[in-house]
Ligand binder design. Sequence first.
Ligand SMILES: Cc1cc2nc3c(=O)[nH]c(=O)nc-3n(C[C@H](O)[C@H](O)[C@H](O)COP(=O)(O)OP(=O)(O)OC[C@H]3O[C@@H](n4cnc5c(N)ncnc54)[C@H](O)[C@@H]3O)c2cc1C
Ligand code: SF4
Length: 511
Amino acid sequence: MKNLNRLILILGDQLDLQGSALKDFNAKNDEIIMIESINEAQYVWSHKAKIALFLSAMRHFAQALEERQYPLTYIKESTLPIVEVLRQQLIHKKISRLVCVLPGEWRLKVAITELAQDLSLELEMREDEHFFCSRQDFVNWTAGKKELRLEYFYRLMRKTHGILVDADGNPEGGQWNFDQDNRKPYPKKGPGIIDPPPTFEPDPLTRKVLAYVNKKYKDHPGNLDQFYWPVTRDQALKALNYFVKYRLQNFGTFQDAMWTDTPFGWHSLLSSALNLKLLNPREVIATVLIAWKKYGLDLSTVEGFIRQILGWREFVRGMYYLDMPQMSQANYYNHQRPLPKWYWSGKTSMACMNDTIKQTLEYGYAHHIQRLMVTGNFALLAEILPSEVSNWYLAIYVDAIEWVELPNTVGMALFANGGRFTSKPYIASGAYIKRMSNYCGSCKYKPEVRFGETACPITTLYWNFLIKHRAQFDANPRTRLMTANLKKISDPDQKAIKKHAQELLSQLDGL
Ligand SMILES: Cc1cc2nc3c(=O)[nH]c(=O)nc-3n(C[C@H](O)[C@H](O)[C@H](O)COP(=O)(O)OP(=O)(O)OC[C@H]3O[C@@H](n4cnc5c(N)ncnc54)[C@H](O)[C@@H]3O)c2cc1C
Ligand code: SF4
């Protein structure tokens, strides 16, 4: 056995040959280790497509390392947790220096740190360079601030990185935000022809993974019939170039729109490639800026897209490391109900929930507004225990890694951290879903009916939530208008709403 210097751990969401773990890699003395652990697919009941995506992308990455003749130990399908495999390997190889990149999940960060203490390792946990903002820069930005809001962080990021600003730091087009041009519903007749996202036919390696996942995880949610995700860097780059050429043009306008059997709209579908680190956000933004000029795209759509990457993606990541581990326990409203069973099957009579969950099971994908304002909104209004909701999101989406999933679920969708970084709970009645989609047209409920047999459950639960939390909503200038509308509802009607809501809440599984 050669005298090894360092073991370089590469996790399943750190698949970048240029990543900080491999920066000073020395093939003579260092060895890379990659570990597949069944535990990672089972600690939440993961969608088959999420498991397959990770395994296929990891195995392709291992191939790329081997092509470069990098020494690699690749552990397949271990029944042990990652850190236990790592312990065995470190002991077996007699290595006392471990290098890795900061994991995207707190539990792994803690487990690796504890392992290092246990074995008296020299541990180098390096910054993940797939973000514009380092953890320390984010902490510095929060210092002394009473309110942590995306908008101010985003403007700072634009100025710091010279993105869509002039030489004096003023925003391109004279404004920071083009929301009034973006976020429209589809025309009444429907979305029309949408350029579909590119699909990547599974190669033999992926087909083997798909067969394995179908067998090993046959009881897990979702299916693999539509598995066309990019699993290599080359494919991820193709997906990016295709998006900016054909789909970015309408991204902004229809960013929030929903329509039956239109799972992807004009969205980029780049989150999984970004989160596995097949793509770097810097190259994504650079490509978007080139496309803006090359294809004469509207500034509104370009800004709307860049806001998601440079704004939200960076912001939630900063918040995650700032607020963990408390974030995972947050439960501002003390909600305790279990997640309705149909979240795992889509078998519900609510058309909006049915469509969103069905496409989620089909593809492991739903776009932001479906996650926030359909499944997330319902979970908040139905008073579901935040950790149950969070485990669902973490399990069911191909792009789900805790650093991005948890703040979106706990902070944005559920207001479970009491507005730590949002100014109000994002709640909506059926009227919003009716305005932004065609779901209500095929639903047995009526979005405008507040109680009774034909009442939309989301509308009933929305008004019930407002009645229950009236004082909180009255006290906030941004939500006062919502409770002002409550005053227009008579006392007997409010009583009927409360009664109907109690009936719904007591039998959520039957909805
Ligand atoms: C409850 C909930 C859970 C979520 N869980 C995840 C998750 O596990 N993983 C994940 O990547 N995103 C998550 N999001 C954010 C967002 O919904 C997805 O990033 C987006 O839908 C991915 O699809 P897309 O690539 O087509 O995105 P697009 O709509 O095309 O947006 C472009 C990119 O911007 C980034 N982005 C957009 N919105 C956000 C956001 N709110 N936070 C962070 N990045 C954002 C993503 O990288 C995305 O690929 C969640 C949102 C909610 C409300
Ligand atoms: S009526 Fe209510 S439950 Fe039915 S689709 Fe519309 S919002 Fe959803």
